[in-house]
Design a protein around this ligand. Structure first.
Ligand SMILES: Nc1ncnc2c1ncn2[C@@H]1O[C@H](COP(=O)(O)OP(=O)(O)OP(=O)(O)O)[C@@H](O)[C@H]1O
Ligand SMILES: [Mg+2]
Length: 387
């Protein structure tokens, strides 16, 4: 641990890349919580693990912390194999969802505690605690006990307590999930700022895809203990590897319609609801390279990529509008097309323009979308045919 006086504040001192090599975790001999987990996290990268409840996020994080034994595979922090290294020797700090602050200690004492245990000199502890408190805006709370703090303030103290340890790797398990929506947004913005100041590798767990998209340099999407896709927010949004990722990332969720991939004279088209969409050159090449044959497919299109058009327009599909959900500046139209429930997202101004005539009644519309924004999934393997 370097001296704070001569080092930039809160700099990690070693390369803290984290390397998962085919990690598997089995609980109670037969509960496979995580398997085939391979991931290379770069030094100072912010990685988010995201996925539905029970997919193995916390288990993965706890294996990095050393709180769960690794059943199979190898875990490296820096260049060191840590499978058998106890938690206290891993140079990591973890913030949990239910961050337990010590109730009988003040905020200051809570933050200073880990350094005190390490027998760090008092003046140095004071400097580090003050610096962390300043970053988090909690200096004026030093003398309070946890029960006299709001949820957001407690959360800040829990994060502050972890920061002062200057860990090589910062682990966070749903740290914002106890906060109300407004505070969560605010803390999320603060985490982004914090990250710029404390220059450490982060592994952050959430089940909230919005949180994952805003915080992560890269996102790891998990389901049933298996990685579904690893990529930057824009990669997983624009090029989802499979049906699950496509539906999980983005709100309202992507629409899926039953469709058919056709080949005419070596050129691909998608037929949906009796309408034929010619694919772009880039899509053609991807499919050709795979030697893709004609087959049934699941067509994916995001609600914001659909446009309503006058009835009878080229490549337009008819839909019966069920409910309009007013969201302020936008409207979500819930409709049925090709015997499937879909959502169309439109600007409120366009909505009023289009639907003036139909106040409150069920009505039909026509819509279309550009082929370039279409996703194509195999109904059996669930994988994208365009990647
Ligand atoms: N101590 C344990 N003993 C047995 N099974 C466990 C244990 N901890 C977790 N599991 C199981 O392992 C799987 C993964 O659990 P984990 O807690 O990692 O999920 P998670 O993705 O963090 O979910 P959540 O979003 O609900 O927190 C689940 O099926 C869970 O029931
Ligand atoms: Mg969890």
């Amino acid at each position: 641990m370097g001296r704070l006086a001569e080092a930039a504040p809160f700099r990690a001192y070693c390369m803290a890349n984290v390397s998962f090599k085919n990690i598997k975790k089995v609980y109670d001999e037969d509960v496979v919580a995580v398997e085939k987990f391979s991931l290379e996290i770069e030094d100072k990268e912010f990685i988010v693990l995201v996925g539905p409840s029970g997919c193995g996020k916390s288990t993965t994080l706890r294996m990095v912390a050393g709180l769960e034994e690794i059943t199979e595979g190898e875990l490296f922090i820096g260049d060191k194999l840590v499978n058998d290294v106890p938690p206290k020797d891993r140079d990591i700090a973890m913030v949990f969802q239910n961050y337990a602050l010590y109730p009988h200690m003040t905020v200051y004492e809570n933050m200073a505690f880990a350094l005190k245990l390490r027998k760090v000199p008092k003046a140095q502890i004071d400097e580090k605690v003050r610096e962390a408190a300043e970053i988090l805006g909690i200096t004026e709370l030093f003398k309070r006990r946890p029960k006299a703090l709001s949820g957001g303030q407690r959360q800040r103290v829990a994060i502050g307590r972890a920061i002062v340890r200057e860990p090589q790797v910062f682990l966070m398990d749903e740290p914002l999930s106890n906060l109300d929506a407004k505070l969560r947004n605010q803390m999320r913005a603060e985490l982004i700022k914090l990250r710029q100041r404390i220059n450490t590798t982060f592994i952050y767990v959430t089940h909230d895809q919005m949180e994952a998209m805003t915080l992560g340099d890269r996102i790891v999407i998990m389901k049933d203990g298996l990685i579904q896709q690893i990529g930057t927010p824009s990669e997983v949004f624009n090029m989802p590897a499979n049906h699950f990722v496509a539906g999980f990332i983005g709100t309202p969720q992507m629409n899926f319609l039953p469709a058919r991939l056709e080949v005419f004279n070596g050129s691909y088209a998608v037929e949906v609801g009796g309408v034929k969409f010619t694919l772009t050159e880039q899509q053609q090449q991807k499919l050709k390279a795979k030697g893709q044959a004609a087959q049934e497919i699941i067509l994916g299109i995001r609600p914001e990529h659909i446009a309503t058009v006058p009835e009878g327009s080229e490549t337009s599909i008819r839909a019966q509008v069920d409910v309009s959900e007013m969201m302020g500046s936008e409207v979500y139209l819930h409709a049925i097309a090709v015997e499937t429930n879909i959502v169309i997202r439109m600007q409120a101004t366009d909505y009023y323009e289009t639907f003036k005539a139909h106040a409150g009644q069920s009505h039909y519309i026509s819509f279309t979308f550009p082929s370039s924004l279409m996703h194509i999934f195999d109904p059996v393997s669930q994988k994208s045919l365009l990647i």
